[in-house]
Design a protein around this ligand. Structure first.
Ligand SMILES: Nc1ncnc2c1ncn2[C@@H]1O[C@H](COP(=O)(O)OP(=O)(O)OP(=O)(O)O)[C@@H](O)[C@H]1O
Ligand SMILES: [Mg+2]
Length: 613
């Protein structure tokens, strides 16, 4: 699926969920987000102070403004006017100072909360088992750490406090309005719900039209991305004309949506403004009637009209902000759902450190399935004595990598026992076990950094000399020196920039540098060039020497040299023994072996060039 399309579906689910978040859930999530503000109580309390001050002062400023006009100015009192104006200016100054600190402290608090949440998420992810990462793809995890957390940040830094200030402003203004003319206030708030409904209808029409427009636009973007990604397939099948036609339809549909959206905007935006002005006209009419017939001071009505906007505006702001707040809390919900996901299993509380081992491995009737309903390994029993090389052989899907996965404690066996130097793997601290293992995986992964950094990953304290010594021991030095910057050549995510064979060189050296007692090697099946292949083959002998090794082997020479070959079929060991014994047996292994020979004999033998020694 193309990236654009993924984004599209994610966004779609996002807005759908925002609409279904119940207010109770909303406030629960909000409270939970703010528990992360506890360590920053000082700044949080100061922030609350600034919010209260600003919300009270906003209405006071307008009130002071009205007072200057209806008081000293109306009475032609120059001194009073000057003083009043200065007072108004001073008040305005304090409001903006409160605003500054409200923004500053909210940003600081939000940053602290998000930083802690992000750290908590990352730490949590490190504790999750392999099965979790199998279920949850990288894209979704990245989304949690980025898009969702950024939505929460917006909520914490902006939306919540804007809503608080606005509510405070509405409340304090309400008090002033009642004091000015409570009858006019009653009229205003009786009409308000009607206005609110009209507003909602108009705005729904507007946003529906805009949503349709942006949806059809996303569709175009997704299709362009997919067409570019898949251009080879399109051209290969001669489907250009067909694709162009589909695209024309999409563009036409989008154009239609844009026009509908434009017409709706042109109709409803003026109507929205008109509605507000009509409301003001109504207040003006009722107000003047009150002045003429009930001898209410004119000043009070003027004040009322000044202030009324301060009372009504917040509801509109809160209304729009509420949708944003919902989106923000949907982000929070996803973040918390991830944080609340418990690992499928953890080391028991009394797990022990694995002492330095000699490397004896025993499987006793081991059972295992990724899904408990679907067992993958049955009754696996064997002993690997220290220093032995065990080759795992079998068809694809027969369970070779699964045995390696159990040995690294990435997954737990469901039955039987797995013993390392007599210690049951279940009772060991995973980390202490893995520190004594070296692993070369089927999908050899490299981190962003240099080749040397990737090699050093297995033993960060290793010096440059030790890294070079490891490279030398495996006789890879000339191969690495051929890279643009030698060992300092940068590699991208998943090893971009290096060939498959070169990546294997790095992974071999990485495992060698760790100098583990037990080595696990899940050979990549992908073919690499014959020369590198031959070099790897030679290095393998060095790598395996003196360690207990489990090799998922596709190379016949590795298999031949193994002390024991385990032949797997559908998760069971069907044959075991040395190469000579198994060939003799004339069973599954013999068949695999003959087939292998047939395949390789038709390929040219690796040709090693002469190198200066
Ligand atoms: N993460 C997983 N979740 C569920 N099932 C899995 C998972 N990994 C492997 N399996 C299943 O377990 C069985 C054994 O897989 P395994 O990876 O051990 O095979 P393999 O012998 O290493 O094969 P290959 O030679 O292709 O690497 C297969 O049927 C596979 O479908
Ligand atoms: Mg495998």
């Amino acid at each position: 699926m193309s990236t654009a399309k993924t984004v599209l579906t994610v966004r779609h689910r996002f807005s759908e969920k925002a609409e279904t978040l119940k207010p109770v859930e909303f406030f629960k999530l909000l409270r939970r987000v703010f528990t992360y503000a506890r360590p920053y109580a000082k700044i949080r309390n100061r922030l609350i102070g600034a919010v209260i001050l600003r919300s009270l002062l906003l209405s006071s400023v307008m009130w002071a403004f009205g007072k200057v006009i209806t008081g000293p100015i109306a009475a032609h009192n120059v001194k009073g006017t000057v003083l009043g104006t200065l007072g108004f200016a001073a008040l305005a100054f304090v409001v903006q100072a409160a605003f500054r600190y409200r923004i500053l402290w909210a940003l600081e608090l939000g940053e602290a909360v998000i930083r802690d949440l992000r750290n908590a998420m990352f730490a949590h992810l490190q504790e999750m088992n392999a099965s979790f990462f199998q279920r949850m793809d990288a894209g979704r995890i990245i989304n949690r750490m980025t898009t969702d957390l950024e939505a929460v940040r917006l909520g914490v830094q902006e939306i919540v406090f804007v809503c608080c200030v606005q509510s405070g402003q509405a409340l304090s203004t309400a008090v002033l309005l009642i004091l000015n003319d409570w009858v006019l206030f009653l009229v205003a708030i009786t009409i308000a719900p009607v206005l609110w409904i009209v507003n909602k209808i108009f705005r729904t029409r507007l946003s529906n039209a805009q949503r349709r427009q942006s949806e059809s636009f996303s569709q175009i973007a997704a299709t362009v991305a997919e067409s570019v990604d898949g251009i080879r397939v399109t051209q290969g099948f001669g489907r250009e004309e067909h694709n162009a036609e589909l695209f024309r339809d999409l563009i036409e549909n989008h154009s239609r949506n844009v026009m509908v959206s434009a017409r709706t905007t042109a109709t409803f935006l003026p109507l929205l403004e008109l509605k507000t002005q009509l409301f003001t006209a109504l207040l003006l009419a009722v107000g003047s009637y009150r002045v003429l017939h009930h001898s209410i001071p004119l000043g009070n009505v003027v004040q009322f009209l000044f202030l009324s906007n301060l009372f009504f505006e917040p509801w509109r702001v809160i209304g729009t902000r509420y949708t944003q707040a919902l989106t923000s809390m949907v982000g929070a919900e996803r973040v918390f759902r991830l944080l609340d996901t418990k690992p499928d299993w953890t080391d028991p509380a009394d797990a022990v450190e694995l002492p330095p081992i000699v490397g004896r491995v025993e499987f006793r009737d081991v059972e295992f399935g990724y899904d408990p309903e679907r067992p993958v390994l049955h009754g696996i029993s064997f002993v690997a004595e220290p220093g032995q090389t065990i080759a795992l052989v079998g068809h694809t899907g027969s369970g070779k990598s699964s045995i390696i996965n159990l040995l690294t404690k990435s997954y737990l066996n469901s039955g039987g026992e797995l013993l390392i130097d007599g210690h049951d793997i279940r009772c060991l601290k995973s980390q202490s076990l893995r520190r004594q293992l070296g692993i070369v995986q089927q999908q050899n992964f490299l981190f962003t950094g240099t080749v040397a950094e990737n090699i050093r990953f297995s033993r960060p304290e290793a010096t440059d000399e030790e890294v070079v010594a490891a490279v030398r021991s495996l006789d890879f030095l000339d191969l690495f020196e051929r890279l643009p910057c030698g060992l300092q050549t940068p590699v991208g995510e998943a090893g971009g920039g290096l060939s498959l064979g070169q990546r294997q060189l790095v992974c071999f050296t990485r495992a060698f540098l760790a100098n583990p007692r037990i080595l696990l090697l899940d050979e990549a099946t992908s073919s690499i060039d014959a020369v590198t292949e031959a070099r790897l083959q030679k290095a393998l002998a060095v790598l395996l020497r003196g360690r207990t090794s489990f090799v998922v082997a596709h190379r016949l020479s590795t298999i031949r040299q193994a002390d024991m070959i385990l032949v797997l079929d559908h998760g069971e060991i069907v044959e075991r023994g040395t190469h000579a014994q198994l060939v003799e047996q004339n069973g599954v292994y013999r068949a695999l072996h003959d087939q292998f020979l047939e395949n390789t004999l038709s390929q040219p033998a690796p040709d090693l060039p002469d190198r200066p020694q």
